[in-house]
Design a binder for this molecule. Sequence first.
Ligand code: MLC
Ligand code: AMP
Length: 487
Amino acid sequence: MTTTLARRVPAFGSRTAIVDPLGSWTYTTIDRHAAALAGTLRITATPGDRVALLCTPGHDAVVALLACWHAGTIAVPMLAQHPPAELAYTLDDSGASVVVASGVHWALAERVAAAARLRVVDVTAAGPSHRADPRLDQPAMMIYTSGTTGRPKGVVHTHASLAAQVDGMIEAWEWAADDRIVLVLPLNHVHGIVNVTLCPLAVGACCEAPGAFDPDAVWERFASGEITVFMAVPTIYARLVTAWDAADGPTQARWSQGARALRLMVSGSAALPVSTLERWRTITGHVLLERYGMTEVGMALSNSIERRIPGHVGEPFPGVAVRVVDDQGVDVADGTAGELLLRGPQLFVGYWRRPDDTASAFTDGWFRTGDVAVHDHDGFRLLGRSSVDIIKTGGEKVSALEIEEVLRTHPAIADCAVVGIDDDEWGQRVAAAVVAAPGVTVDSDALRAWGKTQLAAAKVPTLWIVVAALPRNALGKVVKPDVTRLF
Ligand code: MLC
Ligand code: AMP
């Protein structure tokens, strides 16, 4: 029988759970701080309420998450790097009743909370100690994700689905109490939260959270000999390779030797270019273990510790059932491409307050990933997405339609089309073809600066082109492959 993650924490007592810029935190301390914050949340929020988090990675983020769960509320992680407009959308859509903030994010939290008439609670606020035992089927966390329709949707996970994800990873990747991982991913996605933060906490291991991604600092942590596991998106591995290339000979040797001693290095969230895999193997001796996941399902497919096939993402995770189907929903044979469908205990329970979107995401109880895959004797291979309007850049999923809608609100833009352009470092880059408003000269730097006030940075195009008219078909619909060819 699985137990909720909050209940597993106290058992690890005086072991070190977290190391962050503020210090080193034992499991006992984390548990005590979480129970104290839960005491405050019990006063300001009701069980089932959404509690938005603006917390730094490490102690604060973990204490806030566990406190939400002890208080029976649903955690909604947000990213302080996002512009207030994006945060306001998340607060509004989730119907959050309170924001829990780290001290360094207090001013930002007050600003966005005031606009939404919400209270802000300091993550260090201590009420009467409160530890509850949420039911496994109770919603625990909501993560916002972009889709083909409209603005981002809240993906609701229960205590059971999170526990199933974590337990699957512990089994597949052999997590153990003596593991130590460095967290360099943002804490508004499953990759950073579930894979890198919750997995170590569920086994009594240690998560180091420096608070930001600094390639040289990561290499130095590898060189220390203390780190055993590392997980990141392909863009981060590409950045690490660039930093290694820029280092002097003795530094390169030291970094490589340290990295070789890790027991496991995993890549996911976007396709790992085989060229990056090969460079990484040359530099560190590691064949990166590539796996495939999604916000709605956690980890779904993975190469195994023993067998890693470049360009492939392996076989289903423990407990995950998989099908590959054609346009009619009929299962295809091995070697034939089709849409990947998934089922299992780690799947989300729905999109927040979007029953229609939830219903259309499933077919006969199977979740439609929108990813095109093929299975052969080396495992599964991802061939891309069925929709051109979903772009993956630096491991962030962004919606072309959402970006277009926002760009069209700018007075200089009469019309636009957004596409993903393949890129070695970013996987894809967000590119916009724009038709200028009459008599207006388009300044792409100014547009990018404005875009960053409206949208998360990853969504703001880095490539711009001005066209007289967008390529359209006979029905007047924009032809996205033709837009791509413009760049
Ligand atoms: C930042 N920028 C991006 C970007 N992130 N542009 C495109 N895509 C992104 N993802 C912008 C910045 O605003 C900046 O603009 C310029 O690009 C360069 O910024 P940088 O400072 O060099 O980049 P950095 O901030 O270091 O971010 C790069 C990164 C980050 C790769 C470290 O994007 C990242 O942490 N990605 C991981 C995302 C992730 O965790 N995905 C998991 C989703 S869960 P300017 O104008 O200032 O130069 C999932 C399920 C699964 O997918 O399977 O895991
Ligand atoms: P997100 O919605 O941000 O969780 O992103 C999930 C999507 O990332 C999946 O639907 C895939 O398109 C993509 N993805 C994740 N892992 C991989 C991988 N190893 N290879 C290719 N695509 C991946």
